[in-house]
Design a protein around this ligand. Structure first.
Ligand code: ATP
Ligand code: MG
Length: 441
């Protein structure tokens, strides 16, 4: 395992200090999996025989984030390393939390983890992987498999249903058949997980690579119907075939998710929700054409309700709702008057809205005329912003009574500098300033 990134080096230094105090300590879980797969870990977790008090005593800055479960955050040079005492878990209550834990050895600590690919340890001093759960074999097979009895593991903690989907999507793995059957059987109990935790998993599923696959797995497992019935309702909702050769609203939405690249939370959820009102606004005109009148503003309102239910912040909710509300306007950009267009381009969610428009077009008819038109306009407007037209010119000076001649140039240059500095609210303000500077007749 190559520990060369700054945060890896800090995690290693933390491990050294714990080892020097006479304890066992290993890298644990996701970071070991990521290293074996040659991916960059999100964060580094250490597992140790040291007790939480002993960990705290070794470092100047620690945060007891989950001390009763053995979890201490060590903060070194602004980087956080999670240090967890080897533990086993007692019985579970409420489908999410163990009633009690007790401290134990590394083997039992591996067995309490969720999936085999997440149950690996790396001993940095011996340079050895410790694999009590056949995690390495499952990485090679590219599969997510519960450690031990899958039914029991999902019954204990329902968050693992979403974690299984997330890891399969993000790593591009299959879910092993017995794990998949057990997962599906527990779906009705997903509401034992708090909306906040569901939200956090959904954010990870839709903003990281593999979002479209995550969408498929949520759908096939039944989790989508349980958590986001409004999205499930898109299935089979027909669209006008000339405009939408790809198929129904659900298929269209999936295509957008496929095109996300490192999206913000706003863009990812705007893609997910942009057509959420199509099922409820579906109508067929007398001539047979399919319409979805007002689906954008109605969709924005539905987006607010869904995201509120999932406890997103007010800011996140508004940003996504604005993108949903505006998503049809991008198609009208070429018809907007220039003042309206400038205002539209200046709105805070424009960049994300424009990317949403791009992937929306690519996911149906494929025409990007409006996208290119807007890109061009942004360039023109930003050049105008940097080099706006002068508010006053030579003719204005002559009208104010000045004789044409070389004295005009420095005066106009000064006026332009003040204009660029934003000193003049209007042409009148610039003229008033000039009047005060005119040479005596
Ligand atoms: P990421 O790349 O998102 O950080 P990760 O695998 O590191 O993924 P974390 O949520 O950071 O996942 O958790 C760290 C480790 O703790 C996991 O790899 C797993 O071993 C264990 N773990 C976390 N949550 C659970 C859970 N709900 N049940 C069992 N084990 C868990
Ligand atoms: Mg992690």
């Amino acid at each position: 395992m190559e520990l060369s990134s700054p945060s890896a080096k800090i995690a290693l230094a933390v491990a050294r200090r714990i080892q020097a105090a006479g304890h066992r300590v290993v890298f644990a879980g996701g970071c070991v999996r990521d290293f074996l797969m040659k991916r960059t870990p999100q964060d580094f977790d250490l597992a140790t025989s040291a007790l939480p008090d002993e960990v705290e005593a070794l470092f100047p800055k620690t945060i007891p984030v989950g001390k009763q479960f053995g979890v201490i955050l060590v903060v070194e040079e602004g980087i956080q390393v999670e240090v967890t005492t080897f533990r086993r878990e007692g019985s579970y209550k409420d489908g999410r939390h163990p009633t009690e834990i007790s401290f134990t050895d590394d083997r039992e600590d591996a067995l309490r983890r969720d999936f085999t690919v997440n149950g690996l340890f790396y001993d940095p001093f011996a340079g050895k992987i410790l694999d009590y759960v056949q995690g390495q074999a499952d990485i090679i097979k590219r599969q997510i498999r519960a450690i031990g009895d899958p039914q029991k593991r999902f019954e204990e903690d329902k968050l693992r249903l979403l974690r299984a989907v997330r890891f399969a999507a993000n790593l591009g793995f299959e879910i092993e058949p017995a794990t998949w059957i057990a997962l599906k059987a527990q779906v009705p109990a997903i509401h034992q997980v708090s909306p906040e935790r569901i939200r956090d998993e959904l954010i990870k599923i839709f903003t990281r690579p593999g979002a479209a696959r995550g969408f498929d797995l949520l759908s096939e497992s039944g989790l989508l119907r349980a958590i986001l019935p409004e999205i499930e309702a898109m299935k089979g909702v027909e669209q006008q075939p000339d405009y939408h050769p790809e198929g129904d609203v659900f298929i269209h939405t999936r295509l957008l998710l496929e095109k996300l690249e490192n999206p913000t939370v706003t863009l990812a959820f705007a893609a997910l929700f942009h057509d959420v009102a199509k099922p409820v606004t579906f109508a067929r005109r007398e001539d047979g054409r399919i319409t979805f009148y007002e689906h954008a503003p109605i969709g924005a309102e539905m987006t607010r309700q869904i995201m509120k239910r999932l406890r997103f912040s007010n800011q996140e909710i508004e940003d996504v709702a604005v993108c949903v509300d505006n998503h049809m306007k991008f198609g009208d950009a070429a018809k907007m008057r220039s003042g309206k267009l400038k205002q539209f381009i200046a709105h805070a969610q424009f960049q994300e809205g424009l990317e949403l428009h791009r992937i929306d077009c690519l996911s149906c008819h494929g025409k990007l005329d409006n996208y290119h038109f807007l890109q061009e306009k942004i360039k023109v407007f930003s050049e105008e912003d940097l080099k706006p037209k002068p508010l006053v010119c030579g003719d204005d000076l002559i009208r104010l009574g000045m004789k044409p001649g070389p004295a005009m140039k420095p005066l106009l240059e000064d006026a332009y500098v003040l204009q660029l500095e934003g000193q003049f609210a209007s042409k009148e303000a610039a003229l008033a300033w000039l009047r005060g500077r005119l040479p005596a007749p």
